[in-house]
Ligand binder design. Structure first.
Ligand SMILES: O=C(CO)COP(=O)(O)O
Length: 128
């Protein structure tokens, strides 16, 4: 993996998937510099609609959030862009909470909306 390349996960709840796609659309070239992962449905759309090369995990409610949490705990994920739906209750809320808790615990670059997603990408681009 080139030194500047990061591993980045992209996830959005159903009510936020359009917002994630529209955020990602003008950033395809920038996103493509990184090693991308996504939960199943989110990643399927990012691949089909934007052509992003992306490793698909399970769908969030079927364990995809837990897979990402495990990657964070194993320090295999540099960043998480997670467009959480602030207006809907979710049956797998415990998984969502667990993923966010692990991202906080491991000091992972974490974005939950367009503005913070841009901040994570900009941070990845900043040479250390
Ligand atoms: O539910 C999710 C995150 O909690 C996202 O999963 P999908 O990308 O499979 O819809």
């Amino acid at each position: 993996m080139p030194a500047h390349q990061k591993s980045l996960a992209l996830v959005a709840h159903d009510g936020m998937k359009d917002a994630l796609i529209e955020w990602a659309r003008p950033r395809v070239a920038e996103l493509s510099k990184h090693r991308l992962f996504a939960t199943g449905t989110t990643g399927g759309r990012l691949h089909t609609e934007l052509g992003l090369d992306i490793t698909l995990l399970k769908s969030g409610p079927l364990g995809g959030d837990a897979q990402l949490g495990a990657m964070i705990a194993e320090e295999r994920l540099d960043g998480l862009v997670f467009f959480v739906d602030p207006l809907s209750a979710l049956p797998h809320d415990v998984d969502v909470k667990s993923l966010l808790r692990l991202a906080i615990l491991y000091d992972t670059n974490l974005a939950v909306n367009k503005t913070t997603a841009d901040a994570v990408l900009a941070h990845f681009d900043t040479p250390k």
